[in-house]
Design a protein around this ligand. Sequence first.
Ligand SMILES: [Zn+2]
Length: 135
Amino acid sequence: MDCLFCKIVNKELPSKVLYEDDKFVCFMDINPHTKGHCLVIPKEHAENFTALDNDTVGEFAKLVHRIAPQVAGMMKADAYNVGMNNGAAAGQVIGHVHWHIIPRYRNDGLEYWGINEEEVSKLDERFTELDGKIK
Ligand SMILES: [Zn+2]
């Protein structure tokens, strides 16, 4: 499989690793949006969040919960984003699930969600098709 992140896991490609254990690795994003932008990935290949099993999701979330404030603290950031893009239309570029940790700085100018105010204004806030249908 020709997966960039699997190659990072297997040390076939260089990366700046901040943390590693038997199941996950955290490394610097090569196209950082802010200073300290890093990614956490499971070592085992999974395309996206949906493809992960429930136990792995739990471990993944706990790890990001532990790492993100440390990264932000070490970077002396004012805040941080954690975010995950699932699918090309959502901005996922590499098809190996990854959780972004993006330290944020007051007035850093980053518009992380790329919100289009005009499109947002057209949305109905109720989304009635979702009511009571989440299993
Ligand atoms: Zn992979």
